[in-house]
Design a protein around this ligand. Structure first.
Ligand code: ATP
Ligand code: CA
Ligand code: CA
Length: 464
């Protein structure tokens, strides 16, 4: 795949829609839009008695050779209704090839880099968000400093929406814990929640009035007037909710769909993408036991974000407004990302549950069992926070104490084989922390490894 930068411009009709049409059409033609700049409002150059432009720059990956890419861009311009009358005159859509790999070439129909890009602030400003250097190694900052163009070039928004992010109409489909917390929190921060929908009518009315929004009658009704549609149903319903939200009516070229699932990829919202919507996912790395704590815990949380290039700048802005910490994530890594949360959260819970069960098995009361396990877990967490996982490690593994390790395993094998298996598996994983700490010699580490890999009764294997 080859990397290229495309410059987009429009000053006729619904300008943002025209830029979005370009992005959607490129992707339909298998040109991958990797990143997108903000959208800029710019004064016309050359032929100045015309309306202001919206401009943006895209970084794309493509198999197309430069001339084929140019032909595709011109086909998309035609489909957007471009008429060529005045040179540098008004146009619904202009797509120029700014850069193509490190190519420097001039032919009859195509010059790369674009011959006039250095004279244009409306090209250099958005390009500087995405690239550092030109093929001749001059930096884009340098090119901007030397650019003679003094016309006005201002950030107007993102490909998701222009103007103040708080005025973008939002809809929520699904008002469970995360959906209602998110809607409530955004509303408190001055965002515009236009509509909410929930299959449970009472719940829908209740949440709608709590966040000052319209209670929608269907998914499509909720999405209707919204620019950004949050699909915050249970994971298993995201696909069908999205299909119903985008099923009727025309294209979705000005809408963006956002889900908040920790494990699903963006493919779950493909119905909306096919109709032109941008997609994003933002997921708070946080557990929510109830709605109240959900609203309280959102600010300050880390949010992972995946999304179409055009939706990323918006998602980033949204998370920042929530006082969250955004961390970008590749869509294909979503399942792996989720497994880490399960290990850190759910598996910790299960291990504490197993410890409590062992305590109960030797006569502790229910309450006493939990009270015995929790302070240990808490101290462990705060030590990890202070010292890091390796330095915080204690116990037989950390000391290289083979006999205690053997005694632990023997006792568990005899009474609680599932816990014995978990003990072995987690400890094998923990050996890398022991190695990192560097306090146990290699021979002891190998002996512990053999003991842990042995499984129940392994020490008697081969015995007479
Ligand atoms: P400008 O090229 O100054 O931005 P424009 O975009 O209004 O002006 P168009 O009418 O869109 O001009 O294109 C004129 C011709 O420019 C096209 O037919 C195309 O063959 C040629 N061209 C040369 N180099 C490029 C390039 N890098 N990207 C796009 N078109 C190019
Ligand atoms: Ca142009
Ligand atoms: Ca052009």
């Amino acid at each position: 795949l080859r990397q290229a930068f495309l410059g987009l411009g429009s000053n006729v009709g619904d300008r943002l829609r025209n830029l979005r049409f370009a992005v959607h059409s490129l992707e339909e033609a298998s040109v991958v839009v990797e990143t997108a700049s903000h959208v800029y409002l710019t004064e016309p150059l050359g032929y100045t008695s015309q309306d202001p432009f919206l401009n943006a720059v895209l970084e794309v990956s493509t198999e197309l050779a430069p001339l084929d890419l140019l032909e595709l861009c011109q086909r998309i311009e035609d489909r957007a209704g471009r008429e060529r009358t005045v040179r540098w005159g008004p146009r619904t859509l202009d797509i120029d090839i700014l850069l193509y790999e490190d190519t420097e070439a001039s032919a009859k129909y195509l010059t790369i880099p674009h011959p006039r890009m250095l004279e244009r602030r409306f090209v250099l400003e958005p390009l500087s968000e995405l690239a550092d250097e030109l093929p001749d190694r001059t930096t884009i900052d340098r090119a901007l400093a030397e650019c003679p163009d003094t016309s006005s070039v201002e950030v107007a928004g993102t490909l998701v929406a222009l103007g103040d992010i708080r005025e973008v109409p939002l809809a929520f489909i699904g008002t469970g814990k995360v959906g209602s917390a998110m809607a409530g929190d955004l509303r408190e921060r001055g965002f515009t929640v236009d509509a909410v929908y929930d299959a449970d009518g009472d719940r829908c009315t209740e949440v709608a009035s709590a966040v000052g929004a319209r209670a929608a009658k269907s998914e499509a009704d909720a999405a209707g007037a919204a620019t950004v549609v949050f699909v915050t149903t249970q994971d298993s319903h995201i696909r069908s909710a999205c299909e119903r939200a985008s099923g009727t009516g025309g294209d979705m070229l000005l809408k963006t769909f956002v889900h908040m699932s920790g494990s699903l990829s963006l493919e779950s919202m493909d119905a909306a993408r096919r109709k032109g919507a941008l997609l994003a996912s933002i997921h708070p790395v946080q557990t929510f036991a109830d709605s109240v704590s959900a609203a309280r815990d959102l600010p300050g949380s880390t949010f992972s974000m995946t999304g179409s290039a055009g939706a990323r700048a918006f998602a980033m802005g949204l998370v920042e407004e929530l006082a969250g910490r955004p961390v970008p994530l590749a869509d294909e890594d979503k399942a792996l990302y989720h497994s880490a949360a399960v290990i850190a959260g759910n598996l910790t819970n299960m291990l504490i549950g197993a410890a409590a069960e062992i305590y109960r098995g030797i006569g502790f009361e229910e309450r006493q069992a939990v009270e015995a396990a929790l302070p240990l877990a808490r101290t462990t967490l705060s030590n990890i926070e202070k010292l890091g996982a390796a330095e915080a490690l204690t116990g037989p593994l950390a000391r290289g104490d083979l006999s205690t390790l053997e005694a632990n395993l023997e006792a568990l094998d005899a009474t609680f084989p599932e816990a014995a298996a978990a003990y072995r598996a987690v400890s094998l994983l923990g050996l890398r922390l022991v190695i990192e700490r560097g306090a146990v010699d290699d021979a002891t580490i190998l002996a512990m490894k053999a003991l842990l890999e042995g499984g129940a009764g392994a020490e008697v294997e081969g015995a007479p």
